[in-house]
Write a protein that binds this ligand. Structure first.
Ligand code: G1P
Length: 289
């Protein structure tokens, strides 16, 4: 199989869970401390050796591609004012060796449909998918880099999994697994707790063999009337082996207001410049709660 070089990041969603913040600002550009969510995601992909980032976007959200584009006037102004540090921050938004490619999803018909929109760029290569709502933190090696290492050994599709409370299974894709190597035996999108095959949730990091694209072309609308990636994955399971991966690290569901706040607190505490002052303030603040 060809080496894994490409990632699909679906960013066409309307962000309705996060209104009013996301009326005019794409949810992917909401900052965690001082960096937009999507920048963390692109950095995670770059760290995994991915060179081509395919953003599946929407006409209402050009700001996402603009974030990664050159801004000549801003750079010239920072140079003129001798703001070297800011210039460096600005220039390192897109990691070196990474190309940002935009494709459109004209209608939001579901996650499976969003991935299918990237098909002309992917051709017959294996590829990763990262859902930008979920931030994954690991101090040394990001979740996607961990998964690419495993993919290089196994050459099969992989899905990052995480245990959730039984009451939460309705919010996620849920996987049944077998054996120490976590071979996936079933996948269900947003099951009722009584129908869930386990409490292992799909967290938004995937690696696929090229076959998934062919299956997506014939996937019919499923849960919520949307073309579901999980349904195409369930079909892929009948033809190829697929494994779960219990990633090492901590996840933050930033599509959810509470998860987003938790990410901001934890990332601020870890921040090199702000961390100590913020910790001191937070400690004092907690004493008065
Ligand atoms: C999507 C997927 C689901 C997955 C989840 C992770 O759902 O369809 O399988 O568990 O992302 O965040 P969404 O959150 O877009 O409804």
């Amino acid at each position: 199989m060809k080496p894994l070089r490409k990632v699909v990041i679906p960013v066409a969603g309307l962000g309705s869970r996060f209104l009013p913040a996301t009326k005019a600002v794409p949810k992917e550009l909401l900052p965690v401390v001082d960096k937009p969510l999507i920048q963390y995601i692109v950095e995670e992909a770059a760290e995994a050796g991915i060179t081509d980032v395919v953003l599946v976007t929407h006409s209402a959200k050009p700001a996402i591609e603009n974030h990664f584009d050159k801004h000549y006037e801003l750079e010239q102004e920072l140079i003129r004012r001798g703001k070297d540090e800011l210039l460096e921050i600005k220039r390192s938004i897109t990691p070196p060796n990474v190309r940002i490619i935009g494709v459109r999803q004209p209608e939001t018909l579901g996650l499976g449909h969003a991935v299918l929109c990237a098909e002309p760029v992917l051709r017959d290569e294996p590829f990763a998918v990262i859902l930008p709502d979920v931030l994954m933190y690991h101090p040394q090696k990001g979740c996607m880099a961990q998964m690419v290492e495993l993919f290089n050994q196994r050459q099969t599709s992989l899905i990052a999994l995480e245990q959730v409370d039984d009451s939460e299974v309705e919010k996620y894709g849920i996987a049944a697994v077998e054996g120490d190597d976590l071979r996936i035996t079933a996948l269900v999108e947003k099951p009722k707790p009584a129908d869930a095959p386990s409490n292992l949730s799909v967290v938004g990091r995937y690696i696929f063999t090229p076959r998934i694209m062919e299956l997506l072309q014939n996937t019919l609308p499923g849960a919520g009337g949307e073309i579901q990636l999980t349904d195409a994955m369930a079909e892929l399971l009948e033809e190829e082996q697929m494994f779960g991966y219990m990633f090492d690290g901590k996840s933050y569901d930033c599509g959810d207001k509470l998860g987003y706040l938790q990410a901001n607190v934890d990332y601020a505490l870890r921040n090199e410049k702000l961390g100590n002052d913020f910790k001191q303030w937070l400690n004092q603040r907690c004493e008065t709660l």
